[in-house]
Every structure is written in structure tokens, then in C-alpha cells.
Design a protein around this ligand. Structure first.
Ligand SMILES: Nc1nc2c(ncn2[C@@H]2O[C@H](COP(=O)(O)OP(=O)(O)OP(=O)(O)O)[C@@H](O)[C@H]2O)c(=O)[nH]1
Ligand SMILES: [Mg+2]
Length: 478
């Protein structure tokens, strides 16, 4: 099974990490507690795969060679065996990382793999990228190398950050560039949170533009998530009272917690084929090859159905949804992690993949892929080929789930919006002096980043305009 190193950068990145690790442990059948919510016991579907789960455990965790028994059940077992998460925690402000150090999972993290400072990057991409990027270059480099040396099948880096502030966006993209320079053959998957429509950080339009340019240059795949979309997904779930175990849904809810778990479930799903066995195994590198037809065009729409909020105990589905319903909801606009409909009229799918976890059959999947192909418009090369993964281990709390990944030309409207938000602030040169006073930042960087994003958006549009309407035929790739 492939191994991944997770790099959490900035407040948002580390808060997503705080939601990620308890759920990741739960997928391996290890009970823990998260924010006072006791997780459910793993179900039979997990139990019957005990050996596979143990093997798959190495994907996210380093187990010292001296440990032969991998049947961990509790945090105490992990602690006794000196198991460590393959994780690097970076924040230029130390309060969120400090919570890891004294929280219930404190022994899971190697404290020498944390990089912190005080008081942060002041919501300034240039401070994160240049000031802290330079000062912490060596420390981050050494930390990554130490964690990488403990991997014997390093497949990818998973970097999580937000783009609205200064550390996740600036230092996060400086770290991404370091990975590109030092590990060019290891995939770099990035899940970045884009701010809500109403900005809570005045300089967010600058930070988003500058970091999107870097993501375009240095990531293998970007799975963007917009806070507005995450909030709406959570609100819909909260309204669907029949889908939530209300008894467990109480004051333990923290700001962003549910929104972050939507991202976490996406990350666990997208890596599931690389971690667990399945009849149609799909590794992350196959996904990148199938979904990204040209360099830089690697912004991937993602959605998972059913949506799971926070701990599995809070998202028990009462009543089973049919496979067709799961697929339909995975394609639906309201389940996308960004506020753009990938299947909107006029848009073209230049790559797509479906990953099904749990109970399903190829016949079921085949029928639904045909439905999908009738629904969407494709390019001539993406029309007949549809990447499909079938992972036998379901996510915690569900018997089956479906993830749809799409590379759609509709992403050009997100890119245009980034430039539009930037223009509104840059036209008056508001707040620009904060960036110009940072050593290493050149004022042409704003214009270069804008040009790069516009040219990427144009490239998507070009492909969209070239394509005739087509009703495709299906072919499954194994
Ligand atoms: N979804 C989500 N968004 C968050 C979270 N924390 C912060 N944000 C958003 O991220 C943006 C701010 O980024 P932060 O991660 O706080 O900033 P940072 O990377 O720590 O950078 P500095 O604080 O400027 O050094 C804002 O748009 C917030 O709304 C979180 O846990 N989840
Ligand atoms: Mg911060």
C-alpha cells in the first residue's frame, strides 16, 4: 500500500488535521475520542478486513520495525508501540499546534515534526512565503526529509491549508515549491480552502491570487474547497434531521468542525484506493494521470455522497440510500466542495473518476457511469474513458459511499472570480504597501500571478469552445 505524508500548514490546515486524524484512526478500527464525542465501534465490514486494515495502516502511520502485532485497538496500543502519524505540523502562530501537543492524540505526533513561531504571518502571503519561507526553509526541509526517510513506499504528499491568511497560503506554497524541487517524482496533492464570498480577511483576495498561481505551478492535483460551499453542505445536512443522530449532535460542535470534516471525508475517500484493497483498485497516481490532461490544469471538483459530518456517530444514515441515489447526489451541484456546478450548461468534462467504497457491484457502477455519460458533455478524448475505483473498505459509519472527481472547464469561473476579487482591491492599490515592504517580494508578482491565472482560465475556455456536443459511450478502465 502507498504511503502519504500529510503537511498541515496554518490555522486552517491544522484545524483540518485535528478533524482528520481521529477519523483516519477510526477507519483503521482504532477507537479514540474527538472533541468529547466518543466514536462508534467499527462495524463488521471493517472487522472482516482486519489483516488488510493492518497492512493499510502504514499508509498514514509509521510503525517501528520492532512491532510485529498490528492489531491496534486503542490509542494506548498505539502509544505502547510508539506509532507516529506521518504528519508535519506547520504554523507561524503556535496555539493550534499546541492543542495537538496536549490533546488526546498528543502521543501520535512526533513533536520534532512541528514547526511553529509567533505571532503568525499577519494575513500577508508575502510574509508567509518570503519572510517565514526563508527563515524556516532549512527546518522544514530537514523535517520533511526525516519523515520521508521513514517511508519505504512514499507515494505522495497531502498538503492542507487555507488561502485566505498568510501562513497557509504563503508558507504553504513555499513548502509546496520545496517539495516540487526536492521530490519532483512524488505526487503533491493539495486541498486548499478558499475563503467565503464575504471575506473575513481584507487581504484575502491578494493571498488567494498569489497562492493560486503557486498551486498552478507546483501541485500535482488541487482539490479546492470554498468555505461558502462547505457551509451550505453542512446546513443542508443539519436540516435533514433524519440523517443525523440528534442525540449526539450537541454542544461539542466547534466553529469550522463540520465544514472541516467534509474536507476530511473527501481526503480519506480520495486516498482510500491507495490504502485499502479492492476489486478495482485505484491508486492516487492513476487518478492524477486520468484527470489531468495538460500541465497546470489540475483543479479537481470533488464530492462525496453520503456527506459525513464530524465523528461517524453524528452522521448515521437512518434508512439506506440506493446506489443510484448515491451517484446522483455525488454529481449534484449542492454536494460540490466549490460553489460552481461542474456540469453546468456549456461546460466540458476533461477528466472524471468515480471511487466507490464498500458494498457495490460492477454492474451497479457500470449503469451509473452510463447515466453520468448521458448527463455530461465531454472532450473527444475523455468521452469513452471513465476511471473507476472500487475499494472494499467503506468509510466509518456507512456501508457504501461514492466519490465523484471531475476536471471540468467550469472551473474557469472560479479562476475568473479570483482575478475579479483581486482587481477590486488592487485597482486602488489598497494594502499593497504591506506586501511591498517584505524582503523578496517584487511588485510584478501581483501582475504575473494574475496573468498566469487568466491564461489558465483561457486554456480551459479554449478546450470548452472546441468541443462539439456529444453523447458518449462507456468504457471502464481497470
Ligand atoms: N474551513 C475552514 N476555514 C478556516 C479555518 N480556519 C480558518 N479558516 C479560514 O481561513 C482563512 C484564514 O486563514 P488561517 O488559516 O486562519 O490563516 P493562517 O494560514 O494561519 O495565516 P496567518 O494567521 O495570517 O498567519 C479565513 O478565510 C478563515 O475563514 C478552518 O478550520 N476551517
Ligand atoms: Mg494563523
Amino acid at each position: 500500500m502507498s504511503q502519504f505524508i500529510t503537511i498541515q500548514v496554518g490555522q486552517c490546515g491544522n484545524q483540518i488535521g485535528a478533524a482528520f486524524w481521529p477519523l483516519a484512526l477510526h477507519e483503521y478500527g482504532i477507537q479514540t475520542s474527538s472533541g468529547g464525542v466518543n466514536l462508534l465501534k467499527i462495524d463488521k465490514n471493517h472487522m472482516k478486513n482486519t489483516k488488510d486494515l493492518a497492512d493499510a495502516f502504514h499508509s498514514f502511520f509509521h510503525v517501528p520495525h520492532t512491532t510485529s502485532d498490528l492489531s491496534f485497538k486503542t490509542l494506548a496500543d498505539l502509544n505502547a508501540a510508539k506509532v507516529k502519524a506521518r504528519a508535519i505540523l506547520i504554523d507561524m502562530e503556535d496555539s493550534v499546534v499546541a492543542r495537538f501537543k496536549c490533546g488526546p492524540l498528543r502521543t501520535l505526533f512526533d513533536h520534532s515534526c512541528t514547526v511553529t513561531n509567533y505571532p503568525g504571518s499577519g494575513n500577508n502571503w508575502a510574509v508567509g512565503h518570503y519572510t517565514h519561507g526563508t527563515e524556516y526553509f532549512e527546518k522544514i526541509d530537514n523535517t520533511i526529509r526525516r519523515v520521508a526517510e521513514k517511508c519505504d513506499r512514499l507515494h505522495g504528499f497531502v498538503l492542507v491549508n487555507s488561502l485566505g491568511g498568510g501562513t497557509g497560503s504563503g508558507l504553504g506554497t513555499a513548502t509546496l515549491k520545496q517539495l516540487d524541487d526536492n521530490y519532483p517524482h512524488v505526487d503533491r496533492f493539495v486541498s486548499s480552502v478558499y475563503p467565503a464570498g464575504i471575506q473575513d480577511v481584507v487581504t484575502a483576495p491578494y493571498n488567494v491570487l498569489l497562492s493560486t498561481h503557486e498551486l498552478t505551478e507546483h501541485a500535482t492535483c488541487v482539490f479546492p474547497a470554498e468555505n461558502k460551499a462547505l457551509l451550505e453542505i453542512c446546513n443542508v445536512q443539519m436540516d435533514k434531521k433524519e440523517n443525523i443522530d440528534q442525540g449526539k449532535y450537541n454542544a461539542t460542535c466547534k466553529p469550522f468542525q463540520d465544514m472541516n470534516s467534509v474536507i476530511v471525508n473527501m481526503l480519506l475517500h480520495v486516498t482510500s484506493g491507495s490504502r485499502f484493497p479492492g476489486t478495482l483498485n485505484t491508486d492516487m497516481n492513476e487518478l492524477a494521470t486520468n484527470l489531468v490532461p495538460y500541465p497546470r490544469m489540475h483543479y479537481i471538483f470533488s464530492s462525496v455522497s453520503p456527506v459525513a459530518l464530524t465523528a461517524p456517530s453524528r452522521s448515521i444514515v437512518r434508512g439506506t440510500r440506493t446506489h443510484d441515489e448515491l451517484f446522483t447526489s455525488a454529481w449534484s451541484r449542492s454536494n460540490q466542495l466549490i460553489k460552481v456546478d461542474p456540469l453546468r450548461p456549456g461546460s466540458v468534462i476533461i477528466g472524471a473518476a468515480h471511487i466507490v467504497r464498500g458494498n457495490s457491484s460492477l454492474t451497479n457502477i457500470r449503469r451509473n457511469i452510463e447515466r453520468f455519460q448521458d448527463k455530461a458533455k465531454f472532450t473527444s478524448w475523455s468521452r469513452d474513458v471513465m476511471k473507476v475505483g472500487l475499494c472494499s473498505v467503506p468509510p466509518a459509519g456507512h456501508s457504501t459511499s461514492v466519490m465523484c472527481l471531475m476536471n471540468s472547464t467550469a472551473v474557469s469561473s472560479m479562476l475568473r472570480d479570483i482575478v475579479h476579487q483581486f482587481d477590486q482591491l488592487y485597482r486602488r492599490k489598497a494594502h499593497v504597501h504591506h506586501y511591498l515592504q517584505v524582503d523578496g517580494f517584487d511588485k510584478t508578482t501581483f501582475e504575473e500571478s494574475k496573468e498566469s491565472i487568466l491564461s489558465l482560465s483561457d486554456h480551459y475556455k479554449e478546450i470548452q469552445n472546441q468541443q462539439p456536443l456529444n453523447i458518449p459511450r462507456m468504457k471502464l478502465v481497470q
